[in-house]
Design a protein around this ligand. Structure first.
Ligand code: PTJ
Length: 242
């Protein structure tokens, strides 16, 4: 039992959630290692949503609201760490939830679908993929026509660089959430939120609900005022300042 006054309570709870997810067959074994890498960057960022992350969250929220067929890609880490927030974001934006796994198995897809439905998701895409992303050989190539394949905006938390590149090549706006500002995903995405998914996704929900009051022109202005390269430089500067 974790004492809630432990100075690293939140971080330790996240580890517990992932270990639990792994035991239930939701999170991949390598997902635990990937989280460790994320934790190291989060530590360097002060474990807070920094101003550059907030700026990217605002641009990402505007892009999701402007999208005609926005999709939220769900993997084993996010399903274990923040399933409620994923469903809330889908409800707030109308974005579809699609399970897309690097270590894909029908069993894992089914278990993640159950987690999302348990949290109130009505439609979950991912089982029975009927299209493939061109130029991608990993299991992540398997997508659904109605979801990721036809999407114009895709949110990809904890992604690998190959698929980000392939999605961008298909002409999609890719919003990535990645604690590592130097990763290929971070560098390739249209909008990169350098933040922990456990903070960034609830923040996106809040921001989407605020931006809903704006008209299309105002949303376009927010989206257009974002420069990913510049924002990533700020993220690196923030780490260097330590
Ligand atoms: O569930 P699956 O089968 O799709 O597998 C998922 C993993 C995570 C195993 C797979 O996508 C993978 O291997 O990812 P990578 O290539 O290790 O990339 C993970 C990236 O996410 C790294 O740059 C980490 O720094 C970052 N990261 C890890 N945990 C978090 C994170 N970013 C934001 N929030 C986190 N909690």
């Amino acid at each position: 039992m974790m004492p809630d006054d432990h100075p690293r309570y939140k971080s330790l709870k996240e580890r517990e959630a992932l270990i639990e997810g792994y035991k239930k067959g939701i999170t991949a074994e390598a997902g635990l290692i990937a989280h460790g890498r994320g934790e190291a960057f989060d530590y360097l960022l002060g474990e807070v949503t920094t101003p550059h992350a907030k700026f990217a969250i605002k641009a990402g929220a505007a892009a999701l609201l402007l999208g005609e067929n926005p999709v939220i890609s769900v993997n084993g880490n996010t399903a274990a760490l923040c399933p409620d927030a994923l469903v809330e974001l889908s409800d707030a934006t109308g974005a579809k939830l699609e399970i897309n796994l690097f270590y894909r198995s029908d069993e894992r897809v089914k278990k993640i679908e159950e987690v999302l439905r348990d949290k109130g998701a009505k439609d979950v895409l991912g089982p029975g993929p009927d299209k493939e992303i061109e130029g991608l050989s990993s299991e992540r190539r398997k997508v659904t026509r109605e979801g990721i394949y036809k999407s114009d905006v895709v949110l990809v938390p904890l992604e690998d660089g190959d698929r980000t590149e392939a999605l961008v090549k298909m002409g999609k706006k890719v919003i990535a959430i990645d604690l590592n500002p130097l990763s290929r995903t971070a560098q390739t995405a249209t909008i990169t939120i350098v933040d922990n998914v456990t903070r960034a996704i609830p923040e996106l929900v809040k921001c989407v609900n605020e931006l809903k009051k704006l008209d299309k022109e105002e949303l376009l202005e927010i989206q257009g005022g974002f420069d990913n390269e510049e924002n990533l430089k700020d993220a690196v500067k923030c780490i260097r300042k330590l």
